[in-house]
Design a protein around this ligand. Structure first.
Ligand code: AMP
Length: 121
C-alpha cells in the first residue's frame, strides 16, 4: 500500500521524463525518452527510458513486448543519429544491486565514441 493514496513516488527518471528535473533530452515520443547521462563514461553516453515506470527488465511482462521492441528500435535510431552505428557502440541494462543499478527505472545505456573494453569489470 502507498501512503499517499495510491500514488507511487516518482523515480528520478520519471521526473526527467515529465520535465520536472532538467536533462539534455535527445529524443522523446509518447512511449520513451532519451537523455544524456550526467556522468558520461564515453564521448556519447545516453540513457533511454520507457515513460512507463518499469523497475527493470526483470519486472517486464508479456504486456510490455511492444514497448520493449520500440525501445530496441530507438536504440538503433539514436545510435545512428549520434554517429555511432558505423564504428560501434555498447548497450547496457543494469538490473539490481549486484549489477550496480542505481535508479530503479528501466534504462538502456547507449555508450560509444571511443574504443570499449570487453568483458567489463
Ligand atoms: P545505473 O547505474 O545503470 O542505474 O545507471 C544510472 C545512470 O544514471 C548513471 O550512469 C548516472 O550517471 C545517471 N544519472 C543519475 N542521475 C542523472 C541525472 N539527473 N541526469 C542524467 N543522468 C543521471
Amino acid at each position: 500500500m502507498c501512503e499517499n493514496g495510491g500514488e507511487m513516488e516518482k523515480t528520478l527518471f520519471q521526473k526527467i521524463a515529465d520535465k520536472e528535473i532538467p536533462a539534455a533530452i535527445v529524443y522523446e515520443d509518447d512511449l520513451c525518452v532519451a537523455f544524456r547521462d550526467v556522468a558520461p563514461v564515453a564521448p556519447v553516453h545516453i540513457l533511454l527510458i520507457p515513460r512507463k515506470p518499469l523497475r527493470d527488465i526483470a519486472a517486464a511482462g508479456p504486456e510490455d513486448a511492444a514497448l520493449l521492441g520500440h525501445l530496441m528500435l530507438k536504440v538503433g535510431e539514436i545510435a545512428r543519429a549520434e554517429g555511432l552505428a558505423e564504428g560501434g557502440f555498447r548497450t547496457v541494462m543494469n538490473t539490481g544491486a549486484e549489477a550496480g543499478q542505481t535508479v530503479p527505472h528501466l534504462h538502456v545505456h547507449i555508450i560509444g565514441g571511443r574504443s570499449l573494453q570487453w568483458p567489463p569489470g
